[in-house]
Design a protein around this ligand. Structure first.
Ligand code: EPU
Length: 422
């Protein structure tokens, strides 16, 4: 297990330079899963070299695909992918393994998997997946550890309404529906950019999909074809947002390149209202810390609202804002636990209930040795350590590595003293 040792800047806005954003984790994972329903080889470029991509590659190899990932490019060849069982140890670590349920079922008529693991953000049920696949004609058998879903004759068409707009459920059913026997209409869908990008990948291989990026998506039966043109993964809006928040905290002058500011509107709007200087071009964002950071009320929401994945990072910024700020987490019910550690660093945060926290600032943060509980809270701890005075040790670096490529190198290039230690 490795950790990061961070020399805090005691709030001094001294970071400068540029940082390039890599392709989005939450786009590449569903596209790798979707490659199972596409004949031939899929080549993906601008792939982040992160642990979650390696886990998805390993799950695909477990069902017989050939995967190579190197230098930000992945090749997935699926001609021999006949397996139906998801490797239990890997699937348990990766919530996104659930994306493979639809793909493997559509391809082989059966899928066997453990309850998918991943970040501990509260209860993360899979009822939408099970009820939706049942509605499309599959039969679900569950025991304590393992779920088996079978549809030996293939899936039928139909109409599904999602009780909540789930990102990976929307994606799973888009993938599965491409091989269904009739049209599938999905209602109350997630509208995240990653859903739109997945549709672009499937359409580039012949899928007939309409309505992605809106609440209703229609997938008609079609004949998918191999396409040797590499598919470029879109810039990661959460990595972008994480560096934007870093710039608001400690930036003298930071330029974020290779990104898409249009996917970060909720955050940019919030930062501007907080007095942060943000300038965008179509592919870059320049950000620096203001003298005074104003307080804000954050309410996480499905896209295009404020992303839950930036809730922990923005809390660190709110500890440096003048006056009282609030956080309302509406997506997950266990995503405020990390605030206890920020309090131990000197932040004034009261958690009102599992969804709401009040943050008073500005507070002087003091260095601490802490372990990140998940990808985004881990990143928030790096931001807090960089803002604090003194030397902090942030453990569980492997969790941050699940979602951020070479985070230590990128932070170091901006002028932060950060070292990875075993
Ligand atoms: N939900 C159900 N039943 C289900 C599925 C979801 O009740 O069967 C609920 C969840 O409990 C939650 C809500 O629906 O309250 C929305 O969760 P969603 O299903 O959209 O989350 P997800 O698809 O599992 C993706 C991202 C997460 C991100 C969320 C929300 C991927 C691989 N993961 O998760 O990303 O937080 O959407 O935007 O796309 C991360 O990158 O660190 C991360 C956790």
């Amino acid at each position: 297990m490795s950790s990061f040792i961070v020399e805090g800047l005691a709030g001094k806005a001294s970071l400068e330079g540029s940082v390039a954003i890599r392709g989005a984790k939450n786009s590449v994972l569903p596209i790798m899963a979707a490659s199972l329903v596409v004949p031939g080889e899929t080549i993906l470029t601008n792939v982040p070299m992160i642990a979650d991509v390696a886990s998805m590659a390993s799950l695909l190899e477990g069902v017989g695909a050939y995967v190579t990932c190197k230098d930000n490019q992945c090749s997935v060849r699926t001609q021999d992918a006949r397996g139906s069982v998801l490797q239990s140890d890997v699937a348990k670590r990766l919530r996104a393994s659930v994306l493979l349920t639809g793909a493997v079922l559509a391809r082989t008529g059966k899928v066997v998997f453990p309850h998918p693991g991943g970040c501990v953000l509260g209860s993360r049920p899979i009822d939408l997946f099970l009820s939706g696949l049942t509605a499309l004609g599959a039969v679900v058998t569950e025991n304590e550890e393992i779920t088996t879903i079978e549809a030996p004759q293939g899936m039928v068409g139909g109409e599904l309404f999602f009780r909540v707009p789930s990102v990976t459920a929307t994606e799973t059913f888009m993938i599965a529906a491409t091989l269904a026997k009739g049209p599938v209409t999905l209602k109350n869908c997630a509208m995240e950019p990653e859903v739109v990008v997945l549709a672009a990948y499937l359409k580039s291989r012949g899928a007939d999909i309409e309505g992605e990026g809106t609440p209703t998506i229609l997938i008609r039966p079609s004949h998918l074809e191999a396409n040797s043109t590499p598919f470029i993964i879109n810039p990661d809006r959460i990595e972008t947002g994480s560096f934007l928040i870093l710039g608001a905290l400690l930036g003298k002058d930071i330029t974020i390149t290779n990104t898409n500011p249009a996917h970060c509107e909720a955050l940019i709007d919030t930062l501007c209202a907080m007095g942060v200087s943000v300038h965008t071009t179509p592919t870059e964002i320049r950000v620096s810390r203001p003298d005074i950071i104003k307080s804000a009320s954050i309410r996480t929401h499905e896209y295009p609202g404020f992303p839950t994945d930036l809730q922990a990072p923005i809390s660190v910024l709110l500890t440096q804002a003048e006056g009282e700020s609030s956080i309302l987490e509406t997506i997950f019910d266990g995503r405020l636990n990390y605030t206890q550690e920020l309090v131990r660093m000197g932040a004034d945060i009261s958690v009102v209930n599992p969804h709401k926290a009040l943050i008073k600032g500005p507070s002087l943060l003091k260095a601490r040795d802490i372990d990140g509980p998940d990808i985004r809270a881990g990143l928030a701890f790096l931001l807090a350590a960089a803002t604090a005075s003194g030397t902090s040790k942030i453990g569980n670096a492997h969790l941050i590595d699940r979602g951020y490529e070479a985070i230590d190198e990128k932070l170091s290039a901006l002028g932060l003293s950060i070292k990875r230690v075993a």
